[in-house]
Design a protein around this ligand. Structure first.
Ligand code: DAH
Length: 341
């Protein structure tokens, strides 16, 4: 009997739907029982030979069966969807009590920080930046700076020669010579950079270190401008109460020449470890640009005068941060560098 067949299909369908383990499987079962070529549809096609009454009865039952199967499948699908959503929520849960990730920030190297600070001070006074090569000509490094052929700084033990005409610059002063040759006064430049000397490394010597060179050339520049500029630099670099002392010295490229001491910024001049008890700390060399240097640069020495200075960056950084071994700067020890964040 058709009714029995339908009942059988209904029971079988319900059983397999209950057992279905995925949405795909449920969909498969829907097609299998309710689809166009599905089992229930197949049975309904054979209703042709029935009486109208029988047809009504069978049709009604078939509809009920169809609805029952459809509802089972819908319930099953909903169950799957709910379970999927629960899984998704679970996977997306954020534990707000979990500790955050620590990002370790890097820092500029203390030498770079010191150069930046010096550059900032001079640029605020109107200086601009100039650059020169580290592989320099003997001419720029010595001759153009009035260091005659017998000057002691030319000695092979101090200088890394590359050929007999080129070397690793021993100072940033050749940038002075280059600037004088390439620009017309008024000039006001500083030039930070790396320099090289054939020294055996120890606590105060390194074959590579840094300097900041300065040069001012204009009409009417005097020693007073030199003293004013460098005293102001010292106050900004080491504190407003810093005093400066200009001691006569000698450099081939300046006349007169001086070394500048600042009152100890640690003890204020009373004497301590940093200033080795003297109350003063030497920080730079300077002087009025030698007329020979101006002349080589093609500058009219009747009209123009100038001053120049050279500051050792490591020395300033060592004093400021109380570092007692210059080699610390070049060893890239994380524990050392992390202190300058
Ligand atoms: N070049 C010198 C040195 O390396 C430093 C220096 C002294 C530079 C006096 C100057 C200067 O421009 O005028 O020791």
């Amino acid at each position: 009997m058709l009714l029995d067949d339908i009942r059988e299909i209904l029971e079988e369908a319900q059983k397999s739907i209950d057992k279905a383990e995925s949405m795909e499987k449920s969909e498969e079962l829907r097609v299998k029982y309710l689809g166009k070529k599905g089992e229930l549809t197949k049975i309904l096609r054979t209703m042709g030979g029935l009486t109208p009454e029988e047809r009504k009865k069978v049709g009604q039952f078939a509809n009920e069966a169809r609805n029952a199967i459809q509802n089972r499948i819908t319930d099953k699908m909903d169950e799957f969807k709910k379970r999927q959503q629960e899984l998704k929520f679970k996977a997306e849960t954020v534990d707000v009590t979990e500790p955050g990730k620590v990002h370790v920030l890097g820092a500029k190297h203390p030498i770079t920080q010191t150069i930046d600070e010096m550059t900032r001070i001079f640029m605020n006074m109107g200086f601009s930046l100039a650059e020169g090569p580290e592989v320099e000509t003997v001419f720029m490094n010595f001759d153009a700076l009035n260091a005659g052929p017998n000057h002691p700084s030319r000695d092979m033990t101090d200088t890394f020669y590359i050929t007999d005409k080129t070397l690793l610059r021993t100072q940033t002063s050749p940038v002075q010579a280059r600037t004088l040759l390439s620009q017309d006064p008024p000039l006001r430049i500083i030039s930070p950079g790396r320099v090289y000397r054939c020294d055996t490394p120890d606590a105060t010597h390194s074959p590579v270190f840094h300097q900041v060179e300065g040069l001012v050339v204009a009409e009417g520049i005097t020693m007073a401008d030199l003293k004013g500029t460098l005293s102001e630099f010292a106050r900004q670099m080491f504190g407003p109460d810093t005093k400066t002392k200009f001691r006569p010295h000698h450099f081939p490229f300046t006349e007169p020449s001086a070394e500048v001491d600042v009152s100890c910024f640690k003890c204020g001049g009373k004497g301590c470890k940093v200033c080795k008890g003297s109350g003063w700390i030497e920080i730079l060399g300077c002087g009025m640009v030698h007329p020979n240097v101006l002349r080589i640069g093609g500058i009219d020495t009747e009209k123009y005068t100038g001053f120049a200075f050279g500051i050792g960056v490591e020395r300033i950084a060592m004093l400021k941060y109380e570092i007692d071994d210059i080699r610390m700067f070049y060893e890239n020890d994380e524990r050392f560098l992390a202190q300058f964040r």
